[in-house]
Design a protein around this ligand. Sequence first.
Ligand code: GLU
Ligand code: MG
Length: 448
Amino acid sequence: MDEKAKAVLQDVQDKHVRFIDLQFTDVLGATKSVTIPANQLEDALTRGVWFDGSSIQGFARIQESDMFLRPDSRTYRVLPWTGDTLPLRARIICDVHGPDGEPFEGDPRYALKRQVARAEALGYTFNVGPELEFFLFRKNGDLHHALPHDVGGYFDFSPNDEAQRVRADIVSALQALKIDVEAEHHEVAIGQHEIDFRYADALHTADNAITFKYTVKGIAAKYGLFATFMPKPIFGINGSGMHCHQSLVSTTTGANAFFDGNSPVFKLSTLAQSFVAGQLAHARALAAIVAPTVNSYKRLTPGYEAPVYICWAQRNRSALIRVPRYSPGYEQATRVELRFPDPSANPYLAFAVMLAAGLDGIEKGMKPPAPVTDDVYEWGDEERLANGVAVLPGSLKEALDAMESDPLIREALGEHIYTAFLRAKLLEWDEYRTHVSEWERERYLETL
Ligand code: GLU
Ligand code: MG
């Protein structure tokens, strides 16, 4: 057992932790866990824990369902909402292995690790800082009310706002989980919130994003509210994104490889420009993974600060990639913000394909098109086409078709995840396609 694992065992003993949740995610990004009592932990840390993978979305078929979890001791955290009335509990995020002891190809964390290793072979660490937006709702019978319903608007300061208390509580819980919160604010839409945490390498950030989601949901529930990461919960107002600030830094020196003080293009290095070019080139296929639900495409429509057009820009929020302005002395903060991911995505898979697309741009020496300066939302189709700007898929089905016609995603995710993901998503689409909605009844029932 290594030093980290020994420290975990010691902490469990010192704090009298009673149970450990061994966590992992399925292909769609849902957190799964196998719980063991603390006295089994030593064994779990040395040998791993067997479990039956056949019931997990996108995992094994029945005949090969025995898998085992290898806890990653660095992810050990005591869960701050347990210990008072509930027995004290901790969690450790695990890697999934097959019966042969090899990493399991269907484990989303492993898919990300493989892309991270590709970047490392080139000498870079991929850093990601995500901004997860969410809504708080109060459930009243069958009705859902966005909270707060009286005040709203970007950065509104409202000390009596109940949502602010909930947010403060969420921030404390996140800090206890060693997630370094940098800012929290009310978002544009009523009932919408955002809490940003500090960027880190992609694997660490994906672990944090998963933790973030269940923490926000758990704390909201304590107040009789519920938090949703549904991309577009309410028609006519902004949806929720998971914008990702991305950079590559040298693995050896830590220097930001996206910065070039002499570059006329937003001080972005040639490497950064190729990374952007790769993501723009593969954007339509990436959509299926970074915006993976039927509802995602209701967010990606003009007029709500979510991107629709495949272009890049410095200030423009309607662009797919935005380059935050450079301030002298902040070379390390040089980054590009990818704006179409939403929080319904599995962060492991999303970061894996984002990186794969960026690396493809770098490996092929791609050059991005000229950045746009106008508000692209205002452009008509003619102007858009004249500027060579393509559009994002308009539906999950269109995104899946784009994914199928671009080999990059399949290569990046591996056959197992790709096939399981596609199968699940085509089913989701078909269910939606054949569903008769309220909108249709309102529109056609009496008029036809
Ligand atoms: N909520 C917007 C979106 O769907 C983004 C608002 C912002 O720029 O923070 O992406
Ligand atoms: Mg925001």
